[in-house]
Design a protein around this ligand. Structure first.
Ligand SMILES: [Zn+2]
Length: 340
């Protein structure tokens, strides 16, 4: 994977002018001729709120289409923010992977691809690659900060946290961590060597724009408390960046964790019914029971008790009863000393 940003022109057009003042609502026009939209485009709604001169903040949700807390919080912001109150611009994309959101699916129904594994994308590729390419070459370069809201989707449930990428550029690393702190959740997941370089986070690092993601619960629904946390986090970030008045938000003590080793997590060793005995946010103790795998189609087969391979913090638990061999059942992270 090249680290250079692709330069071929995007095929995606906008129906709105992102440089126009005030409130402007329109679409990214994702032209992908298929049976559902043979000659038109797949709309990806965008809300631009542009006030006085100041930083441009891009806020993304629905990168995965079965994660609804972020899109909900973004639409709350679209309803409550007035451009005249902003020192800068907020570009809201509540459903970046709109076709996936409409299908309530993690990946795009247009090509089966995962948008957060599609960067830097391809101007001439399939619809997911075209979208990733547009974000990396057109949207991120105009941003002074980017926030991408995720959750566990239908498959899993996360302990709510902000994610900051550890990058070599010291100023960018500090800006990422400051933005993660500003979001105000008591847990920060630091993305290091195990981060996928095909994600929005990796794209932002290439473009050198400060960026955080957030993991906001999950399960395929909309938890009101978690949506409140997301909305509060976004408003805090806008204050931190100076787009909203009020000064820097009050600091919130946060625990910092990282995935030290993917093998510290618990995976299903076979297809079966997982009787989960742990939850996101809890402490994992090496050797302690994470749950029991039963075999409903083979009742004579002995169940398998699954222990934690390592001590740590349970960042997420699987949300499925019936699991496949290889499914993630519990994501275990290790604490870090607080970074500066
Ligand atoms: Zn996601």
């Amino acid at each position: 994977m090249s680290d250079t940003v692709p330069t071929r022109p995007s095929r995606i057009q906008l129906t709105l002018d992102l440089d126009a003042p005030g409130r402007n609502v329109g679409d990214l026009m994702l032209r992908w001729s298929d049976n559902t939209v043979p000659l038109g485009y797949h709309p990806i709604p965008v809300i631009s709120l542009r006030g006085q001169p100041g930083p441009c903040v891009v806020i993304l949700g629905g990168t995965h289409g079965d994660e609804f807390e972020g899109p909900t919080a973004i639409l709350r912001l679209a309803a409550r923010l007035e451009p005249s109150a902003l020192a800068g611009q907020v570009i809201l994309v509540p459903a970046l992977n709109a076709p996936a959101l409409h299908a309530s699916a993690r990946v795009s129904p247009l090509d089966g691809q995962n948008l957060n594994r599609a960067f830097p994308g391809d101007a001439d590729g399939g619809p997911t690659a075209m979208l990733a390419h547009f974000v990396e070459t057109r949207l991120l370069p105009r941003a002074d900060a980017v926030i991408d809201l995720h959750s566990g989707g239908k498959a899993s449930v996360f302990d709510p946290c902000a994610l900051a990428t550890r990058v070599e550029d010291a100023d960018l690393a500090t800006a990422n961590m400051d933005l993660a702190r500003a979001f105000g959740l008591p847990l920060i997941w630091v993305l290091g060597g195990h981060n996928d370089n095909r994600s929005v986070n990796a794209a932002a690092a290439r473009v050198k724009v400060p960026m955080i993601a957030a993991e906001l619960g999950g399960g395929g629904g909309v938890d009101p408390e978690i949506t409140d946390l997301a909305e509060t986090g976004l408003m805090r970030c806008l204050r931190h960046l100076g787009v909203l008045p009020g000064g820097a938000p009050a600091p919130v003590p946060a625990r910092h964790v990282e995935i030290a080793d993917p093998l510290h997590s618990v995976y299903a060793p076979a297809d079966g019914l997982f009787d989960r005995r742990c939850s996101a946010g809890q402490h994992a103790e090496a050797g302690r029971c994470a749950g029991t795998l039963y075999f409903p189609e083979e009742p004579e087969r002995a169940p398998i008790e699954l222990g934690f391979p390592a001590t740590g913090h349970i960042l997420a638990h699987g949300n499925r009863g019936l699991v496949r061999r290889g499914d993630l059942l519990a994501l275990v992270a290790q604490s870090l000393p607080e970074e500066r």
